[in-house]
Design a protein around this ligand. Structure first.
Ligand SMILES: *Cc1c(COP(=O)(O)O)cnc(C)c1O
Length: 456
């Protein structure tokens, strides 16, 4: 057998020509989005008021397994795809494990993460519809950067509401977005009704994703020729991110590699959903079995401690309701939480798969995550994003366990991005000032109590 190279590269023609829609193979479909006013499932017409029409269609489509990727999007993908699948020989050696570790690296573009895969698709459909521009929120900043890049490429206007604490802590992220032509506003701001309302109630707030989403939606709905776009959580985003899993599977199939365990970090669920999609498809169709693991921060544990219920996607309650594992839309992680992965909910698609027992989840504490990040950087050379490092932690833990049991398990994890803009968090870790906080049941109660009462 040919030795497996450090990096398995595909060629340009092997970039997928279609996205894979895992919902088509799900027996239990994810629950529909609900209109927050009527509590009835959102219609195509209602969704098209918020999202571009083609994206609204993709959001509602839970039956078409393969959807063509327009050539223009594939041409853009060629600038940074196919992304490498790396055999982590150095890490295996350092851990002295019989496990075989692979990672799919999505940090190989200026935005530094997988988010560009969906940003270009969403910007493309907005442009095709003849819109002037799009609005969005960004937390850690990767999504805002990716969307700015896509909008610059297509000549679309891009308005980003950036969570205020991030806006202040990551000035360089902000400047990258402005370099790509985006208009960046710290959220909450006094430029929207919902922002002014939140500021009146909480004048000292440093913002949250849920609040920035409300502001971005308000501006989209009130501005002629604008729509709102979202970088995670939605089914359409998981669809676009399926390129990660499709490429990984093509590369592994070339060498006859079958992963036993697939691991991904989970914020809103888009990279994990994308990475696992073709593998989950095989599992759903009964063709193969895989252990699939979501890794989330112990400080924002939507899967491991959340409720599976309809909830608001945003603080201002202007978005459709989604049925998902959620900590409640008022939940905000404690102030010492350094990385991303801070959204209160989780993709409805992954929530249903998790509820059906088709995947598992675990939570990890941030100092352990940064220990893994540091070790990975020193051994494999890549400085990982804190978000990605949740998956690294879980993969390393599994490889260490394999050392004890002698299992030659094949592990695949998603390395979603790089951490160059997260050096304030790395500095805290290097100075020994990073701490962990796991919310108590008491802390979580108000979020659960405020879940909307929805009966279908
Ligand atoms: C946004 C982001 C995540 C988490 O988002 P998901 O939608 O859960 O994938 C993970 N890693 C990086 C680098 C990100 O930018």
């Amino acid at each position: 057998m040919e030795k497996i190279p450090y990096k398995i590269y595909l060629n340009e023609n092997e970039i997928p020509k279609q996205w894979y829609n895992v919902r088509a193979d799900m027996k239990n479909k994810p629950a529909p989005l609900l209109n927050p006013g009527t509590l009835k499932p959102m219609t195509l017409e209602e969704l098209s008021g918020v999202f571009c029409s083609e994206l609204a269609k993709q959001e509602l489509d839970d039956t078409t397994p393969y959807i063509d990727i327009p050539q223009e999007i594939r041409d853009f993908y060629k600038m940074y795809r196919p992304s490498p699948l790396v055999r982590a020989y150095c890490l295996e050696k350092a851990l002295d494990t019989p496990a075989k570790i692979y990672y799919k690296f999505e940090g190989n573009n200026t935005s530094g993460s997988h988010k560009l895969n969906s940003a270009i698709a969403q910007a493309y459909y907005a442009k095709k519809q003849g819109l002037k521009g799009v609005t969005t929120e960004t937390g850690a900043g990767q999504w805002g950067t990716a969307l700015s890049m896509a909008c610059a490429y297509l000549g679309l206007d891009c308005k980003v509401f950036m969570v205020k604490c991030s806006y202040e802590q990551k000035p360089f992220r902000r400047e990258v977005m402005r370099t790509y032509g985006a208009d960046v506003t710290p959220s909450p701001s006094n430029t929207t009704d919902v922002g002014r309302k939140i500021l009146a109630e909480h004048p000292d707030t440093t913002g949250s994703l849920g609040c920035a989403i409300s502001e971005a939606v308000e501006v989209a709905v009130k501005s002629e020729g604008y729509r709102y776009v979202l970088g995670s959580v939605l089914a359409q985003v998981l669809l676009h991110q399926s390129v990660i899993g499709l490429e990984a599977k093509t590369a592994m199939d070339k060498y006859g590699i079958k992963p036993d365990m697939i691991i991904g970090c989970a914020g809103g669920g888009s990279n994990l959903g994308g990475l696992i999609s073709p593998f989950m498809g095989e599992k759903l169709r009964g063709e193969a079995d895989y252990e699939i693991v979501a890794v989330e921060p112990a400080s924002c544990p939507s899967f491991t401690r959340g409720r599976y219920a309809y909830d608001f996607c945003d603080t201002g309650m202007v978005c459709p309701l989604a049925k998902m594992y959620s900590l409640g839309s008022s939940f905000i992680p404690s102030a010492n939480h350094a990385g991303g992965l801070r959204y209160h909910g989780m993709s409805s698609v992954l929530s249903q798969l998790y509820d059906d027992g088709l995947m598992t989840a675990r939570s990890v504490e941030q100092t352990a995550v940064f220990q893994a990040a540091e070790q990975f950087a020193r051994i494999e050379g890549i400085l990982p994003a804190p978000e990605s490092s949740h998956a690294i932690r879980a993969a390393m833990d599994e490889a260490i366990r394999c050392k004890e049991t002698g299992e030659e398990k094949t592990i695949l994890f998603g390395l979603t991005g790089t951490g160059y803009f997260d050096m304030v968090a790395y500095q805290k870790f290097n100075d020994g000032e990073m701490s962990d906080y796991i919310p108590t049941d008491e802390d979580l109660k108000p979020g659960f109590d405020a879940l909307p009462k929805v009966e279908l």
